[in-house]
Structures are given as structure tokens and as C-alpha cells.
Design a protein around this ligand. Sequence first.
Ligand SMILES: Nc1ncnc2c1ncn2[C@@H]1O[C@H](COP(=O)(O)OP(=O)(O)O)[C@@H](O)[C@H]1O
Ligand SMILES: [Mg+2]
Length: 273
Amino acid sequence: MSDRPGSRTVPPVLPDGGKGGWLPVSTGESGAAVFRSADGTRYAKCVVATDAGDLEAERDRVAWLGDQGIPGPRVLDWRSGDAGACLVTGAVSGVPADQVAAADLRASWGRVTDAVRALHALPVQRCPFRRDVAGMVATAREVVSRGAVNPEFLPVEQQHTPAAELLARLVPQVARRREQEAADTVVCHGDLCLPNILLDPRTLDVSGFVDLGRLGLADRHADLALLLTSARETWPDEERARAADREFAEGYGSPLDHDRLRFYLHLDPLTWG
Ligand SMILES: Nc1ncnc2c1ncn2[C@@H]1O[C@H](COP(=O)(O)OP(=O)(O)O)[C@@H](O)[C@H]1O
Ligand SMILES: [Mg+2]
């Protein structure tokens, strides 16, 4: 879960060299530059050449999820070269769930719960992608060693602690988390924050998941940590948020392990950089 504004200059990898009115989307969270076509039917996500591998991984995950009966975008075009890479997807209708009023998020919460449950109920043996704790920790080590952790992604109380120390606090838990993961592996979205869940503004149904670059097999808590924390930005009242957690756990059909939620919440910001 991140909130990093992407580069907003039109990259040369956009279809037609960016002609035809591609409008920058200001709510992107990663370092990618995201554009919407003027007619609103397509999205283009563009990265520099060094990040093409990540975007290619996203392309493959979008294509895979589209075959699993879970609502999301379709791959329409892919281009990659020295100037960078660009993934063009069909627009999922609706508005990102972080942009609806608190009352509307409340009203749609049961449907968000159902959509996440359906995603997590996909047969794990069908999923060719991994997003396991071992891989996340390896990524975190690499990001931390480059000094690339963005303090703004960290919980406020951690923003003045060196990232290496934050990682060192998590490492002793990894063996236990791996055991728990083995017993609790599902197909995770990988960045299940509200901006990546689109809602139909009229019916408040979930119209789809976007931003699938980190989709893969992982402990269900990796997704739930980001979802439940992200929802707290819409309903900052902690009592209300806890009620929503309980409602979620009931509808989702599995209890929440708060230690594990905290672990994944603290690991995630160390993996962006
Ligand atoms: N195919 C799509 N359909 C609808 N909205 C999209 C689509 N792709 C991107 N978006 C919108 O653009 C925003 C940023 O795209 P996203 O892939 O999440 O980029 P980032 O990795 O920077 O977060 C999303 O939160 C969503 O609002
Ligand atoms: Mg996103």
C-alpha cells in the first residue's frame, strides 16, 4: 500500500505517442504513470525500462485473473522497448472505494467482503504466481539495503526509526509466519487497499479489482492487513473501524489474527522502493 505520486510527464511509450488525449490519473500509488483515454474506455500504465519487468508481471496477472471469474480489467495492449513499457487495459467502471463517502463505504462493506472472499476462495493450485512472505522479506531486504524506503509509507510512529531496524524487528517472526502461511495460503491481490477496489457509485456493488502487479499466493492476512488499514482512512473513528473489522471477519468467514495483520502491515512499506 503506497501513496507515491507517479511521474506525470507523458512517456513516449503511450499508444500513438500520447496523441489522442491521454489524461493523467492523479490517484496512482506507485511510481508508474497512469493515464485514462479521453473517451474513458482505457487505462495506460507506463514505466521506465528498468521497471518493465514489474509491469510485465502485472500484465500476466491481469490476464490470468480475467480467466478466473473475478471482475477486473482486460489486457488490451502491451508495448515495451528502450523508452519504457506500457500496459493498456480496459476501464473497469466505477469509482475507487477510497473516494466514496464513509456512509457509502459502510453500505458496500458487505459486498467488498464478498468480493475479497471470492478472490481468496480461488483454487490455489490454479495460481502460478507467488507473493509469499519469504519473497516479500527478500524484497524488503533489497529495498532497505538501497536506503529506498519512503518514510511517508510508514505508520507515523515508525517514520523516525531507521528502516533497517524496522526490518530487524520483523525478521525473528519470519519462521512462524512461514508456517502460518503454509496453513493459510490463498490467492492474494497483493495491494488490497481501497484505491484498487472499484465500486459502482449507483449500486455500491464491487465492479472490480485493479492494480494486480503483486497478485499471488500468500497468507490471507497480507491482503486483509492492507484492506482494514486502508478503510481506516475513510472511517477514522477507531470504534467504528473495529465494528467494521468484526463485520468483515463474520462475512469473510475466518477469524482475524491481529499479530499477523500487524506483521504484514509493517512489512508492506518496506517492499516499495
Ligand atoms: N483498468 C482500469 N479501470 C479502472 N480504473 C483504473 C484502471 N487502471 C487504473 N485505474 C485507476 O487508476 C488508479 C491508478 O492505477 P493503478 O494501477 O492502481 O496504479 P498504481 O500502481 O500507481 O497504484 C487506480 O486506483 C484506478 O483508480
Ligand atoms: Mg493502485
